[in-house]
Design a protein around this ligand. Structure first.
Ligand SMILES: *[C@@H]1O[C@H](CO)[C@@H](O)[C@H](O)[C@H]1NC(C)=O
Ligand SMILES: *[C@@H]1O[C@H](CO)[C@@H](O)[C@H](O)[C@H]1NC(C)=O
Length: 364
């Protein structure tokens, strides 16, 4: 008798803790009903009363069964998607019902190509949210103005959507943000001047938007910043020399903007920098004569600017330059000989005023 009682209560207890709470389940079903995914049948798994078991992409906290993660990737390597012959596609929008999942730490609804509508503004009330990744959809509207409330956020990725408006000033309050990707949207206005407050940030990718204004000096104070991509915007002003003394900066894409002034020597002296693309700006002056035997770059692309003078002979002492592009400037004189130049083709030097020597056909 006693044993039976014990078994029954244990089973009841287990049922209570292992099952998704009805409010979380209702929120998930409302989220599901705002979306259509016709090819893979992901949402066919979202049935039954326990959203913590076998609901594709849903994860729960094992102790209290609250929903903590929604991970739905259109280009996932997961078997359910791999075996489907159809391309992944999902339409509809992100239901504000998500916002009642107040234990959510991870929301990844990525690469579905067809999800439209706005980012629900109430998402900023999810106090535990660490990862917000909505890359590769057709989301419109603005980034919620009070995004800065998400104090635990480490990843904010809304790249490859149709987001408009400005970068909200509150973004600088995301004290734990490590990865910011707003690339390939239609975001306009200036980069907040105090962006340097994002002291944990290691990747800042803002490529292909309509950003204006200049590169905020404060960005050069971000100690951990390794990748900075501001390419294909309308950014003007000069290149801050301080970018060249950033301790871990490895890739710097400033190409296709309206930057003017000279190339700071510090940028080409920085031994940690590996990729520098300053192509298609309005940079003037000479190529700094700062190259040494420790110079090592995968890419230096300075093409399509207004640079003049000769190519410094010191460039041939470089340890390695994988890809050098000096084309479409006003350089003149003999191309130095030496190992970094041996694998380069004429295209790296074409469209200048009066360069000569190998690999160009023009003899000096
Ligand atoms: C998003 O932008 C792309 C390209 O700019 C465009 O083809 C598409 O129609 C836009 N979608 C929406 C929903 O605005
Ligand atoms: C540098 O940027 C230009 C302009 O955006 C682009 O065309 C070029 O491919 C880039 N160079 C490299 C080596 O990626």
């Amino acid at each position: 008798m006693e044993t039976t009682y014990l078994v029954v209560t244990t089973a009841l207890f287990a049922a209570v803790v292992n099952c998704c709470p009805p409010t979380d389940q209702a929120a998930l079903l409302a989220f599901k009903s705002a979306l259509t995914e016709p090819y893979l049948g992901i949402f066919n798994t979202w049935t039954g009363t326990d959203c913590c078991t076998n609901w594709y992409g849903v994860s729960c906290n094992p102790t209290d069964s609250r929903v903590i993660g929604i991970i739905l990737r259109g280009e996932s390597e997961d078997r359910i998607i791999e075996t489907a012959s159809q391309t992944s596609y999902m339409s509809g929008s992100l239901s504000p019902s998500l916002c009642s999942l107040d234990r959510l730490t991870t929301l990844i609804v990525a690469d579905w190509k067809g999800i439209s509508g706005d980012i629900p503004a109430c998402i900023t009330s999810l106090p535990h949210l660490r990862i917000l990744d909505l890359i590769g959809n057709q989301i419109t509207g603005e980034i919620p103005a009070d995004i800065g409330q998400l104090g635990k956020l480490t990843v904010l990725n809304v790249a490859d959507n149709n987001i408009t408006g400005n970068i909200p000033p509150s973004i600088v309050n995301l004290g734990n943000l490590m990865h910011l990707d707003l690339s390939y949207n239609r975001i306009s206005g200036e980069i907040p001047a105090d962006i340097g407050k994002l002291s944990m940030m290691s990747r800042a990718l803002l490529k292909q938007n309509q950003l204006t204004g200049s590169i905020p000096i404060s960005i050069t104070k971000i100690y951990r910043l390794a990748d900075l991509d501001l390419s294909m915007n309308r950014i003007s002003g000069t290149i801050p020399a301080e970018l060249g003394s950033m301790p871990v900066l490895s890739t710097l894409y400033l190409d296709n903007n309206q930057l003017y002034g000279e190339i700071p020597e510090s940028i080409l002296k920085n031994t940690g920098l590996n990729i520098v693309n300053l192509s298609s700006n309005a940079l003037v002056g000479y190529l700094p004569d700062v190259f040494t035997t420790t110079t090592y770059f995968s890419v230096i692309d300075l093409s399509h600017n207004e640079l003049k003078g000769s190519i410094p002979a010191s460039l041939s002492s470089a340890k390695y330059i994988g890809h050098l592009d000096l084309s479409n400037n006003h350089f003149c004189g003999a191309i130095p000989a030496g190992s970094p130049f041996e694998q380069l083709e004429a295209a790296s030097f074409s469209g200048n005023d009066c360069l000569c020597g190998t690999p160009l056909t023009r003899v000096c």
